[in-house]
Design a protein around this ligand. Structure first.
Ligand SMILES: Cc1cc2nc3c(=O)[nH]c(=O)nc-3n(C[C@H](O)[C@H](O)[C@H](O)COP(=O)(O)OP(=O)(O)OC[C@H]3O[C@@H](n4cnc5c(N)ncnc54)[C@H](O)[C@@H]3O)c2cc1C
Length: 437
């Protein structure tokens, strides 16, 4: 069978390897770090006991049930059952008032009608405005293809203002969901992404919004066991690729050749291997891990309205919480101990039990290059899998996947690059699953 070299062991490279390996190709994947998973991975930090260690995710990673290619990738690795889906989306206000969005018995797109009408964090005028905008999304994204041509040129905020959304609807509904889904502020996010997230996640099918949370550390999803069934895929860790061209890779000064090549590196790393990079900006994400000496909440997760911290995930019996701030530019210059203070101050407002609890450990992860910024005008600049030099196929969440920079987007890019390789090898194959409609 034809041979393929892949640079990068994030989800883009791994999904390309799984697809091509499953189709019988001979695959060698080179990853600079000593572990797989790229930005969606875990690592060890000192534990609570002396000399102990604890594995944490670099940041909580969330998926929706509409991430059909990511779920297909997990299926290929035999780990799909390690994702737990939650039907409830909890909106929490300072003071502790809770609103819950969950599907009822009506068919899509009316499945949220009951719980949406009961949401206490929104008023009547807000709900009428949101319903009107959701209806417009269905119209403007007919059959999954945007039928408005300016959606990549205007910001999501512009679009919401066109639809006469109330300030509270924008702050407590649209911003709360979209800033974390697209990792960009509403005024910096192209409307095309906002409409896509809402269409696929909230309108396409009754269950497509369900929140998937891994029940194991992220790195375990790509552990060695998962690859046993793909013996023709070989991993080379701590192997930084130094150059990529149509004739091969250079790794540790040595040339490596194969029939085809996939570059699945982050876009900012392309110049270092001799490839041109798109001029995209980055958008940061900050994760705050907090360990308390007692349970402070029983909620599994919640989106936190109106403060700096945006999402809370209950990682262990209400004692270990992970907080996430997307598009966290405001925290870039803030020292880590001050970020912990902000987080504790916010939590006290939502979870009164935090007042009595003692913080036993804290860990802050600032990912300055978390994702590319999905700004207006960016979509048309994203390269396709075939945009590289001859015989070098591009993958990565920044390529033209039809999705914002997410795990689903990365897997889609890996499948698209794998399809391009299969096509070039005259063994055409379909790996990409279509979006829900
Ligand atoms: C903090 C944070 C939170 C996030 N939360 C979510 C979320 O909740 N849901 C979601 O869907 N997405 C989330 N994302 C986005 C998601 O993690 C990424 O979109 C996805 O993991 C990108 O995968 P990738 O393979 O394209 O790139 P990467 O994961 O960056 O993989 C590229 C790989 O290439 C390797 N590499 C770099 N240079 C070289 C070289 N020269 N030679 C060999 N290897 C090299 C890197 O070490 C890396 O492993 C989050 C991202 C971050 C940072």
């Amino acid at each position: 069978m034809p041979s393929v070299l892949i640079a990068g062991g994030g989800l883009a490279g791994l999904s390309a390897a799984a697809a091509l390996g499953g189709a019988g190709f001979d695959v060698d994947l080179f990853e600079a770090r000593p572990f797989l998973g790229g930005r969606a991975t875990s690592y060890q930090i000192p534990g609570l006991e002396e000399d102990s260690a604890e594995t944490i995710d670099n940041c909580q990673h969330l998926l929706l049930r509409c991430c059909v290619n990511l779920l297909d990738f997990y299926e290929r690795l035999g780990v799909r059952d390690r994702i737990r889906f939650h039907r409830e989306v909890y909106f929490l206000e300072p003071g502790g008032r809770l609103s819950v969005l969950r599907r009822g018995r009506l068919p899509a797109p009316f499945h949220f009608a009951g719980s949406f009408l009961r949401m206490r964090c929104l008023g009547r005028a807000d709900k009428i405005a949101i319903a009107r905008a959701l209806w417009a999304i269905r119209r403007e994204r007919a059959q999954g293809a945007p039928c408005r041509t300016d959606l990549d040129r205007i910001s999501m905020l512009d679009w919401l203002l066109q639809k006469r959304q109330t300030p509270r609807a924008i702050d407590r509904f649209w911003r709360q969901i979209l800033v974390s889904a697209v990792n960009e502020d509403l005024d910096r996010m192209a409307a095309v992404h906002g409409l896509q997230v809402f269409y696929l996640g909230f309108l396409a099918r009754t269950d497509s919004y369900e929140l998937g949370i891994p029940t194991v550390p992220l790195a375990e999803l790509y552990g060695a066991n998962a690859w046993q069934r793909l013996a023709n895929v070989r991993f080379h860790l701590r192997s930084s690729v130094e150059r990529i061209d149509g004739a091969g890779f250079t790794v540790a000064g040595e040339r490596r050749a194969a029939d085809h090549y996939i570059c699945a590196l982050p876009f900012e790393r392309l110049p270092a291997v001799g490839l041109p990079a798109p001029a995209f900006d980055h958008s940061p994400i900050t994760g705050v891990h907090l360990w308390f000496d007692r349970e402070v909440t029983t909620l599994p997760h919640a989106t936190l309205l109106g403060r700096t911290m945006q999402w809370m995930f209950n990682k262990d019996r209400g004692r270990y919480l992970q907080l996430v701030v997307s598009a966290s530019r405001d925290l870039t210059g803030v020292p880590r101990n001050e970020i912990v203070d902000i987080a504790i101050g916010d939590l006290r407002l939502y979870f009164p039990r935090v007042q009595e609890a003692n913080l036993v450990k804290a860990h802050v992860v600032k990912e300055q290059r978390a994702t590319f910024s999905a700004a207006p005008g960016t979509e048309s600049l994203r390269p396709t899998a075939q945009s590289g030099p001859p015989n070098v196929f591009l993958a990565g969440d920044w390529t033209r996947t039809g999705w914002p920079a997410t795990m689903e987007g990365a897997v889609r890019s890996g499948y698209l690059a794998a399809e391009a390789v299969a096509q070039r090898a005259s063994r055409p194959a379909r790996f990409l699953l279509p979006d829900l409609t």
